[in-house]
Design a protein around this ligand. Structure first.
Ligand code: SF4
Length: 401
């Protein structure tokens, strides 16, 4: 797709895209159980409650508060699927828990496993909305990627997640349910080693639900996954970046830049028109000043659009004075989107230019090449059946600290 075509409004693009989908018939999915009606409203997930709130709930029922720790150990540490499996909890309390709460109310609509053992779940929520989450396996790590919203309002033109706009925020329990379901895909000797919040949605637009979920993930009484192993990706909402920095948690921040100047960034990431690249970078600088954590800048390489040597040099000059790392993401083979992956020499040249300016850069590895695993693709196909594809999900490059 050339630069001129890129200037088409996103609305026009979305209309063409939807029309194309409506002409298509089949998918490669083998486990589809599309529900037309919304699922019945369920009892609230017990994971909506913090440890303190659950302890209070216990105390209100004449049960010692420490039972909350036991219950959470079963959920986060022992991978139970029901309250009845919590053997050291009194039967009467288990009954009360079952009557008041649910554990895994989401319906697994699709569960796909790639040849490289990447696994992806498409979940249907009680209101009929769909979200996705992914487990990626490497020899020394098990990384999960989770969603924070149903849809996305940011409208990045290369992303399937935002094509139909934002439906709603996920709750803390809905975010945690993804983590816990993926954790239960692991073998007895496997543990989640890294978590990236890079699925459907803009995470910083739902910090109110995300932060308590991450507390449970990182707490010793929860999954016990250190904050340094958790990466939050954002399109760059300045005030929310500053709010995240002030939590005092050592989360990693990944800012999706995708272009070195406002004109190009606004084409690719429309919300940039209201924010501006300088403001995004200043907020990231504030994050670094507050936390001492190096910021990763993500840059999806779109052939002929933002992958030229000039753009590499412009990006390098912007980041040169900063403690930064660039994560390059060659556009993957998302067959539903009209963008093309750059050639390997082009990508390598981009990396070399950044490195010549002293900016460390990595190229993201691709995972799940034989399943429909690019962000938002399963959900979109569930909403509008699409042709067979062989998309890949990009595995974030993470740092162990
Ligand atoms: S790339 Fe992220 S922020 Fe942009 S539309 Fe997709 S989910 Fe939203």
């Amino acid at each position: 797709m050339g630069a001129r075509a890129q200037q088409n409004s996103r609305f026009e693009f979305a209309v063409c895209y939807t029309a194309r989908l409506s002409l298509c018939g089949t998918t490669i999915m083998t486990t589809t159980t599309l529900s037309v009606d919304a699922l019945p409203v369920t009892r609230p997930r017990v994971t909506e409650l913090s440890r303190a709130a659950l302890a209070e709930w216990c105390i209100e029922r004449g049960v010692p508060g420490y039972r909350a720790d036991q219950i959470r150990r079963w959920i986060f540490g022992k991978r139970v699927r029901s309250f009845t499996e919590m053997h050291d909890i009194p039967a009467s309390l288990r009954t009360q828990l079952s009557e008041a709460f649910s554990l895994f109310p989401a319906k697994i609509v699709q569960h796909l496993t790639a040849r490289d053992q990447t696994e992806k779940l498409l979940l249907e929520l009680h209101d009929g909305e769909f979200i996705e989450c992914v487990l990626m396996r490497e020899p020394d790590r098990r990384t999960i990627c989770i969603s924070t919203q149903v849809g996305c309002a940011m409208g990045c033109v290369f992303c399937a997640s935002g094509l139909q706009g934002l439906k709603r925020n996920l709750t803390t329990g809905e975010i945690l349910e993804q983590v816990l379901l993926l954790d239960r895909l692991l073998g007895p000797d496997e543990r989640i080693t890294n978590l990236v919040v890079m699925g459907i949605g803009e995470p910083l637009a739902n910090l109110r639900a995300l932060l308590p979920a991450l507390d449970s993930v990182s707490d010793k009484g929860g999954l016990g996954l250190g904050a340094r192993r958790i990466t939050i990706s954002t399109v760059g909402l300045p005030e929310k970046i500053r709010e995240l920095a002030k939590t005092g948690k050592a989360y990693n921040l990944a800012v999706s830049l995708h272009a070195p100047n406002n004109a190009l960034r606004t084409q690719l990431v429309p919300v940039n028109e209201k924010i501006g690249i300088d403001e995004v970078l200043e907020a990231a600088d504030d994050f670094f000043a507050e936390t001492g954590r190096r910021v990763t800048y993500e840059y999806v390489l779109l052939s002929g659009l933002n992958d030229s040597p000039q753009e590499a040099r412009e990006l390098a000059r912007r980041l040169q004075s900063r403690i930064a790392h660039v994560n390059l993401i060659p556009m993957n083979g998302v067959t539903d989107l009209p963008f093309v992956e750059p050639t390997a020499p082009r990508t390598n040249e981009f990396v070399a230019i950044l490195e010549s300016f002293g900016i460390p850069a990595t190229v993201r590895k691709r995972k799940g090449a034989d399943i429909d695993a690019a962000c938002g693709q399963l959900r979109l196909h569930q909403l509008s059946p699409a042709p067979a594809s062989s998309d890949a999900v990009d595995e974030p490059v993470l740092r162990d600290e």
